[in-house]
Ligand binder design. Sequence first.
Ligand code: IDP
Ligand code: MG
Length: 150
Amino acid sequence: MERTFVMVKPDGVQRGLVGEVISRLERRGLRLVAAKFMWVSEELAAAHYAAHEGKSFYDGLIQYITSGPVMAMVWEGPNAIAAVRQTMGATHPTKADPGTIRHDFALEIGRNLTHASDTEPGSAEKEIQLWFKPEELVDWSREIDRWLFE
Ligand code: IDP
Ligand code: MG
């Protein structure tokens, strides 16, 4: 079982797409572990996007992510990290496959609605620890899990 960090960015919240994102992840079979609706501080934004510091789009990215509240979440399931990246689609919405969230709802790379941990080893764990306290992660199971998890 894997856990991954997911965020509906400020544009997704403003456009009323929080439910759509949650619904798609639920229908995929993933299990919600944690969620909080919050403003992102400059400090948290900088820590979260540290890998992009110095890039041409960095200042705009920090401005974007701190411009309104976000829905931060942790989801789990077998291969959850790759599964969620696939459901979100490629970073640039016009390169995202039809049927993905970024394809179906977005146009610009700087307004691409969601974040999901990448598949680099350790990325998801690091992001979960950055965004959530251990006691905010809910351990539970569903009756239907045996029909989703082999
Ligand atoms: P990801 O969100 O698919 O993992 P990353 O390459 O990690 O993509 O970039 C993080 C975020 O930075 C993207 O989701 C997007 O919002 C923003 N971003 C990346 N590249 C550009 C760009 O060239 N222009 C504007 N924003 C960008
Ligand atoms: Mg990334």
